[in-house]
Design a protein around this ligand. Structure first.
Ligand code: B12
Ligand code: SF4
Length: 501
């Protein structure tokens, strides 16, 4: 009986940017008695049904964007006589859908670290449960990923998680609902051991797959002080101290290591934290800027972000402290107007962000945006390919609309064109070359251009592409650029590296 883990994707590039961490965590959660699982990441290549025989167990992890392909894989696996088990954020939100459309025997809701083993054992007995409640496992129960099972030379960045959950409640995000608002910080030893394991294997670029690397802000501390909530203050100070200890131990890792994380803009007001990040070689961070106006920030319940001049100042603070920013912007918010596209690109340029992504507002299930939109659609019978718009992830990729919620003044096409224009302007050769001056040597600058182009093309394939002709061209380009890019990320293995204390 073979255990399989499959990460579904309708498009494969041969190489990928970041390791899908769940594959290697669930590999660690697979009871030893069942042997090593066979791992297939379809962002590298499509899975081969012939590897599955009757009685095998196939675990499929889905988020909303790849659920449809995941269901297809599940149906094929079940037809071949395997037990099919789903997990991941989308299966957690819609377990019944995985049964109805994805031919599931079982669905694991929440974290798989413990529940996956139980599901396999039940399948082996021929008696899987319909649903397993994986819940939110405690931080000290997070498993270390099985990096020994990673295919060699396929990924540019490995991913290690240091914290799960986020105290905020942005309207377009499901993390605070599914992972909880109480941050679960992993033990520093466990994080360091994984990083060292990866560096020994020749990985020097590591993405910290965290929801929010800065879970305690200075404002949180001030608030607890004002409220004289001593218990809360001690708890928050303890969490903050742990972050600093993690970063000081990361600073002792080999000098060629580079980390990237996701963080809220509030960190810009905390120079001590930014300095510690730079010392730990956390050289880049995705910052959810979302909108450049106060009205836009109100639309997404993100009033803690800055707008206007203050925004430029905050984003620049990251760079001043040696942390490059990947600014994430959302278009299609109710307060957006035609001028918003240009104004946003202008802010991205003036604030010196190194990379930017411009996404169109998408109502992802599990978010407050989705709940409001679904309610507003009750009497709207619009369907595409036989699927109601409120189940947009079940519409075949090529026919999926790009804009869902009706906008007060712009048409869907206005938003699509405006978004496309923002990508095109920010990633024009001239602009990329100007930004490339953030690195010194000519070789590094050329690498910067290549990576910027790859980022732009790959994104066009992950739901961001705004028309299908561009999508085809982008996939072709991305495949072509991906291999030489992968080579830029290799490092000599350091088999003798020890974990810093
Ligand atoms: C790191 C990350 C990224 C990285 C890396 C992606 C990668 N290759 O892994 C980058 C930056 C590239 C990225 C991109 C995007 N991401 Co992202 N990402 C994350 C993040 C922060 C962490 C994911 C992670 O590695 N977690 C660690 C692993 C161990 O946890 P896990 O995946 O949840 O797996 C556990 C359980 O879910 C379960 N499980 C998972 N699979 C399975 C399978 C089985 C069989 C079982 C039993 C259990 C199980 O067990 C695991 C261990 O406990 C999550 C937030 C989150 N909390 O999930 C968002 C998240 C997954 N991303 C999200 C989104 C929207 C995107 C983008 C679409 C963003 C955009 N607008 O462009 C793109 C899509 C890219 C793509 N095509 O996949 C959303 C998905 C929402 C949804 N409903 O699907 C999330 C939840 C964040 C959010 N804001 O809501 N992402
Ligand atoms: S978008 Fe970021 S800050 Fe907002 S809830 Fe999600 S993870 Fe937290």
């Amino acid at each position: 009986m073979q255990i399989h883990l499959i990460n579904p994707s309708h498009v494969s590039f041969g190489v990928a940017v970041i390791t899908p961490r769940w594959l290697f965590v669930l590999a660690a959660a697979t009871p030893a008695a069942f042997g090593d699982p066979l791992i297939t990441d379809e962002t590298l290549e499509q899975f081969d049904p012939a590897t599955i025989v009757a009685g095998d167990v196939v675990g499929i992890g889905i988020h909303t964007g790849n659920a449809l392909r995941g269901y297809e894989v599940g149906r094929i696996a079940r037809d071949r006589g395997a037990y099919v088990v789903y997990g991941g954020i989308h299966a957690t939100l819609y377990p019944e859908e995985a049964h109805e459309i994805g031919a599931a025997h079982a669905v694991v809701k929440g974290d798989g670290d413990i529940a996956w083993g139980r599901a396999i054992e039940d399948c082996a007995k021929g008696a899987p449960q319909l649903v397993y409640e994986g819940g939110k496992v405690a931080a000290d129960e997070f498993l270390k990923a099985r990096w020994d099972l990673m295919p060699p030379e396929r990924y540019m960045w490995a991913s290690v998680q240091t914290v799960r959950g986020c105290p905020k409640h942005c309207s377009f995000c499901s993390v605070w609902r599914t992972d909880g608002q109480e941050p679960r910080q992993r033990s520093i030893d466990a994080v360091l051991e994984e990083i060292v394991d990866l560096r020994r294997r020749g990985f020097r670029f590591i993405a910290l797959a965290d929801d929010n690397f800065y879970p305690v802000t200075l404002e949180d501390l001030r608030l607890a002080e004002r409220q004289k909530d001593h218990h809360r203050l001690t708890e928050l100070n303890g969490m903050r101290a742990e972050r600093f200890e993690l970063m000081s131990r990361m600073a002792k890792l080999p000098e060629d290591m580079i980390f990237f994380t996701q963080i809220t803009m509030e960190a810009a007001e905390d120079p001590e934290f930014l300095n510690a990040m730079a010392k730990a070689r956390i050289k880049g961070a995705l910052v959810g800027v979302e909108a450049v106006t106060p009205e836009g920030l109100k639309d997404v319940h993100k009033a803690f972000n800055a707008a206007g001049e203050q925004l430029i100042d905050r984003l620049s603070a990251f760079k001043r402290h040696g942390v490059h920013v990947l600014g994430s912007f959302i278009f299609g918010l109710p307060s957006d107007r035609q001028g918003t596209f240009d104004a946003t690109v202008a802010v991205a340029e003036q604030s010196g962000v190194t990379f930017a992504q411009f996404v169109m507002l998408t109502p992802f299930p599990g978010t407050t945006d989705f709940a409001a939109w679904e309610k507003s659609m009750v009497s709207d019978p619009t369907s595409v390919a036989g699927r109601p718009l409120t189940r947009h992830w079940l519409i075949p990729q090529g026919q999926r609309p790009k804009v869902y919620a009706a906008h007060p003044v712009m048409s869907a096409d206005d938003i699509r064109r405006g978004t496309q224009g923002a990508w095109d302007r920010f990633y024009s050769f001239r602009n990329i070359w100007e930004r490339a001056h953030c690195v010194e040597s000519l070789k590094s600058r050329l690498a910067f251009v290549l990576i910027s182009k790859l980022y732009r093309q790959m994104y066009a394939n992950t739901g961001i592409a705004t028309d299908s002709a561009r999508l085809g061209r982008s996939a072709h380009w991305a495949r072509w650029i991906a291999k030489p890019c992968r080579r830029l990320f290799t490092a000599s293995p350091m088999p003798d590296l020890v974990t810093p204390v």
